[in-house]
Design a protein around this ligand. Structure first.
Ligand code: ADP
Ligand code: MG
Length: 367
């Protein structure tokens, strides 16, 4: 999954949709590169489906513009847009064979029988379903049905493919497998996609970039790693993965470090960079649980240390989630990875522990 040069193949400019009372989409601007898969995440009601529907032409925007491959599509009716949508339910026709389902969208196009058959065969090969060409959808497994729905939505070679919760109907194991399979198919065809999902693993596995939507706005976008490691606000930090958040006050700035006072840790937190924030400013300090180290012995560092008691341990197989209650009463999560099967004296319930994290693992947020 390489990053594509952003050529603005799909360009959304200040798009807005006002329903009677709600601003479902609020001033969204977004550029998607040709061949890119952009994942849109957000809680229910944040405006994801409304955005997709405006791109498909099913809802007129209240404001803003949509360009596809340089052409203004804002007011073009749905059937004239080079856009296709794949729904969660797949919406395959039960009385048609796999081949007929894939061919369905092509029948309206000025293509000859031979050309249609060629395109269907090509799609069947790409989704590895040649042997099932004459089957009816009800004889297929969930994963196979999904591949057919994908083949059907890609057969017309849309310039933009919209995927609304594409894995929603599959169980967990199949979903994990299909995510990579679908990405491979999309890459092979060079398809440009906007994927909507509430599943963060899915968004991160499949997308080159992700956007987090809240109340109609995209509040942050970037590569999965950028958004996870450098969230720009507490909402974004909490939305993607688990995080420990403390209220803090900016203290002294030195040449290449900044100190913050964190009452809930009863200690100062040091970050490895100059924040250029005024002393005394109230901010938030965020630390991911996998960056927090636990120890029985007090660590040497004077900063980024606190102590507490283990009040819960959740065994997750690859790691355990330790819930530590700090002396201030604040609860903190730390992940301990099980790279070794046997540890002589593992930290356990009710142990008094020190928590510590490195200066480069701290994110400072202003909102
Ligand atoms: P999501 O897909 O992220 O769950 P939606 O785009 O479906 O969010 O909805 C965004 C907001 O717009 C919600 O508050 C929803 O109630 C409202 N909304 C969506 N469709 C309509 C509609 N047709 N009429 C009125 N309000 C709508
Ligand atoms: Mg929706």
């Amino acid at each position: 999954m390489q990053n594509k040069q952003n050529d603005g193949y799909i360009r959304i400019e200040k798009l807005a949709k006002q329903y009677d009372r709600v601003k479902a989409v609020d001033n969204v601007s977004l550029s998607i590169a040709k061949g890119e898969l952009f994942g849109l995440m957000g809680s229910s009601g944040s405006g994801k489906s409304t955005l997709l529907q405006m791109l498909a032409g099913l809802e007129p925007p209240t404001d803003g513009r949509i360009f596809i491959d340089g052409e203004d599509m804002t007011h073009v009716p749905p059937h004239l847009r080079p856009v296709n949508m794949m729904f969660q339910s797949y919406a395959l026709f039960p009385h048609m064979s796999v081949s007929q389902n894939i061919a369905f969208g092509l029948e309206q196009d000025p293509l000859s029988r031979i050309e249609i058959q060629k395109r269907v065969d090509e799609m069947l090969t790409i989704v590895s379903m040649r042997d099932y060409a004459h089957e009816k959808p009800h004889t297929l497994s969930g994963g196979q049905r999904q591949r057919i729905a994908l083949a059907r939505s890609l057969a017309k070679r849309p310039k933009l493919l919209l995927l609304d919760e594409p894995m929603g109907a599959l169980d967990k194991n199949l979903r994990d497998r299909m995510q990579l399979e679908v990405v491979n198919i999309l890459e092979e065809l060079g398809a440009t996609c906007l994927l909507v999902t509430h599943d963060q693993d899915e968004a991160m596995t499949m997308s080159q970039r992700i956007g987090i939507m809240d109340k109609g706005e995209i509040i942050q976008m970037g590569t999965p790693k950028e958004v996870y490691e450098y969230p720009n606000c507490t909402f974004s930090a909490k939305f993607l993965g688990s995080v420990n958040i403390f209220s803090a006050t900016v203290g002294e700035e030195l040449a290449e470090t900044t100190l913050l006072t964190v009452p809930e840790m009863q200690s100062q937190v040091q970050v490895d960079r100059c924040l250029s924030l005024p002393e005394g400013l109230q901010v938030w300090v965020a630390v991911r649980p996998e960056k927090v180290n636990l120890s029985i012995e007090r660590p040497e560092s004077a900063y980024n240390v606190s102590s507490g008691r283990v009040h819960d341990i959740a065994y997750m197989g690859s790691h355990s989630v330790y819930h530590v209650t700090l002396e201030s009463g604040k609860k903190l999560e730390a992940y301990v990875y099980h790279s070794d099967r046997f540890i002589a004296e593992p930290i356990t319930w009710e142990d008094k522990v020190y928590v510590h994290f490195p200066a480069d693992s701290v994110v400072v947020l202003q909102g």
